[in-house]
Design a protein around this ligand. Structure first.
Ligand code: PLP
Length: 500
């Protein structure tokens, strides 16, 4: 039987969820390989959240923004304001037939009774304060541009053009766009790597310390450190030690907690970033919690970060027409993510994923060569879990004891040490003129695009860096082993974009 491999839980890192043991005595709802049809509509689940930062008497069901939106939508008014669908009266029928009229009725602009996202004094302020209390922040901002815009704001608020930012090489693409926007110079940490799972892991305090020292030795004090914790696969770094370290150098620590909004809401989960002393945490509330896609939160703590600058950056980056549906949906809930290893079944994660989808109607969040990640949230039903368990049982019964061919890619860390480094800053490379050359011709040129193979999910080519033969060889190896390459204008890699 396939079990969820939790042997990754080590002192310096741990997986972000507790995983229920998959037991044989759960019934199987579907016959093996029975084709599945459309899924039933799910019934809504009850809000049943453990609240770490609160007194028992507090009313957590108080939702000031939802209440204000409801009252505003109920008014019998002749509206002469945007959006043009006029509270649903002019909604295109193709979409209103699909989702109903209610979303349009509540898709209101910044009316006086609904407050203003950039200078909140009413229900938005109230809702953000409630969120800050729940998540243990000094201040919380609601975001309508996802964690992407929160990461960009956090970096722009802590770093100025030419400053150094320490970050893992496999940071989310938003960190790279932040460097273009801010003109920051990166100092990369190559994250630890787990070859059994074929996934990148966390960053250790000693790696951060080394990066800080190396920057200082070059006369460049880092202006901020950015860490992704948990990673997409649920690996958490030791943020407590990393924040102590950063603070001893008076450097703010930003945490990309896109996948960790649920942390701290159950005793078996790792601690949240804020509870470990970080200065800024940005969470995709829409990922593991239950808000609408694109809605996130940025939290600050401590006194290193300049809150006015955060406000200014968010105002620069966000729409002046924020969606109240997104804002009102930022109600917290908790969820879980599990990653299941398949490497000892003799099939790749991609093949296992196809079988789970085709035969059991199970749709995963993320697939790799040797693992599959499933996101479990408050909307996941017992039936969904049983269906997943059935699929995993089928896989383990069908494929067990067939060892996967041991085709290990080069050690990414030693590979990176030999890489020839940055010729242009990310910002200079972004604005440089570019052209496409053949794969082979690109060697020795300055790369003009971000090329990231999965696995390992660590960019091999970053705009501004010199393209080496080894880097291209690495990309070829990844493709040969069933992985794929993202970010390249030409996904077949016949050509590469270079700066001219
Ligand atoms: C680690 C990480 N950070 C940031 C983001 C961006 O989050 P959002 O989709 O909320 O903009 C993602 C999205 O997948 C992510 O995986």
């Amino acid at each position: 039987m396939v079990s969820a491999y939790l042997n990754m839980v080590q002192s310096h890192r741990c997986i972000s969820t507790s995983v229920a043991c998959i037991s044989e005595d759960h019934g199987m709802p579907l016959k093996k390989h029975e084709k599945v049809g459309l899924l039933d509509n799910k019934k809504p689940v009850k809000d049943n959240i453990a609240i770490p930062n609160s007194q028992p008497s507090e009313n957590h069901n108080h939702t000031p923004l939802v209440t204000a939106l409801k009252a505003s939508a109920k008014q019998n008014v002749a509206s002469f304001h945007f959006p043009g669908h006029n509270r649903g009266r002019a909604a295109p029928s193709s979409i209103s037939n699909l989702i109903g009229i209610q979303p349009f009725l509540h898709d209101l602009p910044e009316l006086p009774e609904l407050d203003n996202l950039f200078s909140p004094e009413g229900p938005i302020l109230d809702a953000q304060e409630q969120a800050a209390k729940l998540f243990g922040a000094a201040e919380t901002w609601f975001l309508v541009g996802g964690t992407t815009c929160g990461i960009q704001a956090a970096i722009m608020a802590t770093c100025s053009p030419g400053d150094t930012l320490i970050l893992p090489r496999n940071a989310h693409i938003s960190a790279f766009s932040s460097m273009v926007l801010s003109g920051v110079i990166p100092k990369y940490i190559i994250p630890e790597y787990d070859f059994d799972w074929d996934i990148a892991c966390g960053v250790t305090p000693s790696q951060v310390e080394n990066a800080i020292k190396k920057s200082e030795n070059k006369g460049r004090k880092a202006s901020a450190v950015l860490i992704t914790s948990p990673t997409y696969h649920g690996i958490c770094s030791n943020l407590e030690e990393i924040s102590l370290l950063c603070h001893s150098h008076n450097i703010p620590l930003i945490v990309d907690e896109a996948h960790g909004a649920h942390l701290g809401f159950h005793k078996n989960l790792p601690r949240s970033a804020l509870s470990q002393g970080v200065d800024i945490s940005v969470q995709s509330t829409h990922k593991v919690l239950c808000s609408l896609t694109q809605s996130s939160m940025l939290h600050i703590s401590g006194n290193i970060v300049n809150r006015e600058r955060i406000c200014q950056c968010l105002q620069t980056l966000q729409s002046t027409s924020p969606s109240y549906l997104l804002l009102a949906s930022l109600d917290a809930a908790r969820a879980q993510i599990i990653t299941v290893g398949v490497w000892n079944l003799g099939i790749s994660g991609f093949e296992a994923d196809d079988i789970l989808y085709e035969s059991y109607g199970v749709v995963s969040e993320l697939t790799g060569t040797r693992s599959i990640t499933f996101a479990i949230n408050l909307g996941t039903s017992r039936d969904d879990v049983l269906r997943l368990v059935s699929g995993l049982q089928h896989l383990s019964q069908t494929y067990k004891l067939v060892p996967l061919k041991e085709e290990r890619l080069n050690d990414i860390q030693s590979f990176m040490e030999t890489s020839s480094g940055m010729r242009l800053s990310p910002r200079e490379a972004f604005f440089a003129s570019k052209r496409k050359v053949t794969f082979k011709e690109s060697i020795g040129n300055v790369c003009g695009e971000l090329v990231c193979p999965y696995p390992p999910g660590i960019p091999i080519l970053i705009p501004g860096e010199v393209i080496t033969e080894e880097a291209l060889g690495y990309l070829v190896d990844v493709k040969k082993n069933g992985g794929f390459v993202s970010g390249a204008a030409d996904p077949s890699l016949s050509s590469i974009v270079i700066c001219t």
